[in-house]
Design a protein around this ligand. Structure first.
Ligand code: ACM
Ligand code: ZN
Length: 532
């Protein structure tokens, strides 16, 4: 086994496998090729047959095999003789002239082995309909692979722009190609509440709609206007169950985010009594408004949020619930008699400690429900809740990990996919600002240099975040996400030592051909231009 070093026409896998040896010859996929699986590999075998069938038109048969050894003329998917040291997501893939074997101890690994196998085929394998005249050959390779990090995430802000259930499914189809295993949905914010909560129907009746797209956007660009001319939308609980199941079939966990205590205008428009001031916005002395924040003094706030979270927990089976916690304006709390009474009763020093009280109280509830809380960097304000996971966007990763907390790295500088992709704004669609070219994402190192080696296991991985204030439709979202998520996928999956910009941009040209087949929009550019 040799480490991955490629000649010019070596296979164009993204993310790059941990170890890959290119060998002589090819395996010819034919109509008579059989797919054989043991019992645990059955679903993955069906997935492969369906995927290959669409593009080739072959009606590939999936059969049962208890054998561990390669079988002539067959693609064998098996858990037999798998190396446990490759973990739940690792796999081996052996392509020989007369056989293919994907071997992994768990179904996630089998699934990722199949993704690599698909990427060894011509890009037309991602076509939705049979493509004539393609030579369906697979180059012979020996791959041994496993991810560097266990959290390989993408966040979609469905609160600022509502993406339909089908759009989210299309997104999942592309993420899977990159071996991304987490989709974080930012479900609530000032501009919209996107998840049906049975106990509080006004959250979606009122909170899911607004009059304007906002942010200076041309409403005509937006795809989220309803028949009554209002902008928004939401997922019913059935929609959520469908999305969660769809994602699970692709080994992706959907992590829900319910924002609190700030970024809550949509909820407070529906239930204004949960704010300090009786409404989502409060006039301030400068004639402006403060963004909505739940009142931390009223017990009704916690009762409401716990009821919401209890329904959310029922819908999302994953280990984590994200509660936001970022950018909480404290001005309302300073003036609020209920909040001040809480500070006094709990012996808190100030509003920062009130934020901490809020997070801890919610965390206790989430833990009692058998789940772990995730929050943005600011949940560290006034003391970090006990076993909370920090999603670092503005710092604090080293401090949090050193104190024994798990951390997900999504620093703005490397992971904010709402930033411009070029310094020439005239040629780019309007974005929130800043500059995050593909090359910068590719240079991201999730492990903070100053972190004590013994605490490095607390860094779970990395995540790209797509905020959508300036993203009014799905095509635009894809343009912002790809190819920057291709880079982030490689950063979070592949060994650090294998990072090679020239080779990555070479492989990216093939990824673009796959995107063309899948109908995925992306920011095009030559390798020379792409990093500008
Ligand atoms: C954030 O970008 N406010 C987490
Ligand atoms: Zn209050």
């Amino acid at each position: 086994m040799i480490a991955s070093t490629f000649a010019g026409d070596a296979p164009a896998l993204i993310p790059l496998p941990q170890k890959m040896e290119c060998r002589e010859g090819v395996f010819q996929l034919q109509a008579k090729t059989r797919i054989l699986t043991d019992v645990p590999a059955n679903d993955t075998g069906q997935y492969l047959a369906e995927r290959l069938g669409k593009a080739t038109g072959y009606d590939l048969k999936v059969g049962r095999s208890t054998k561990a050894q390669p079988t002539k003329g067959a693609i064998l998917l098996t858990t037999k003789n798998a190396k446990p040291e490759l973990g739940a997501e690792g796999y081996e893939l052996t392509v020989a002239p007369d056989s293919v074997v994907v071997r992994a101890s768990k179904t996630a690994g089998l699934f990722y082995g199949v993704q690599s196998l698909l990427e060894l085929l011509p890009p037309e394998v991602f076509a939705a309909k049979p493509v004539a005249g393609v030579d369906w050959k697979i180059p012979c390779v020996q791959i041994e692979d496993q991810p560097r990090f266990k959290w390989r995430g993408f966040m979609l802000d469905v609160a600022r722009h509502f993406f339909t259930k089908d759009e989210v499914k299309q997104l999942l189809d592309v993420l899977v190609l990159h071996k991304i295993n987490t989709l974080h949905l930012h479900l609530t914010d000032d501009q919209g509440w996107r998840i049906e909560i049975k106990k509080y129907p006004r959250l979606t009746e009122v909170g899911a709609w607004r009059e304007e797209a906002g942010f200076g956007l041309d409403p005509k660009l937006s795809t989220a206007y309803g028949p009554d001319g209002k902008y928004g939308g939401y997922y019913t609980q059935d929609d959520i169950r469908e999305l969660v199941a769809y994602a699970r079939g692709k080994h992706i966990t959907i992590v829900p985010e319910i924002e609190m205590p700030g970024h809550s205008c949509a909820a407070l428009a529906a239930y204004p009594e949960l704010s300090c001031s009786g409404g989502p916005y409060t006039p301030n002395t400068k004639g402006g408004v403060f963004a909505g924040v739940y009142c931390a003094g009223k017990d009704e706030t916690f009762e409401f949020l716990q009821n919401v979270l209890a329904e959310v927990r029922q819908l999302f089976p994953g280990q984590y619930i994200h509660i936001g916690g970022d950018e909480v304006p404290k001005d309302n709390w300073k003036k609020c008699p209920w909040c001040q009474a809480r500070i006094k009763a709990e012996g808190l020093k100030n509003e920062h400690e009130l934020q901490s009280y809020f997070i801890r109280r919610i965390e206790k509830f989430i833990n009692a429900q058998g789940r772990n809380l995730i929050g943005w960097s600011e949940i560290r304000e006034g003391g970090l809740a006990q076993n909370a996971v920090v999603m670092d966007w503005i710092g604090g990763a080293v401090e949090a990990a050193s104190a024994g907390h798990d951390v997900i790295m999504s620093p703005t500088k490397f992971c904010y996919l709402d930033y411009y992709q070029s310094t020439n704004h005239a040629t780019e669609p309007k974005a929130i600002g800043n500059y995050l070219p593909l090359s910068k994402v590719y240079s991201f190192e999730p492990l903070p240099e100053t972190l004590d080696p013994q605490n490095k296991p607390h860094i779970l991985g990395g995540q790209g975040n797509l905020w959508t204030e300036y993203v009014p439709n799905f095509k635009h979202a894809q343009f912002m996400a790809f190819p920057r998520m291709c880079a982030l996928a490689e950063v979070t999956w592949s060994p650090q030592a294998s990072r090679n910009w020239e080779d990555f941009t070479r492989r990216l040209q093939t990824q673009f051909q796959r995107f063309d087949q899948l109908g995925v929009n992306y920011r095009k550019g030559t390798p020379e231009r792409i990093g500008e």
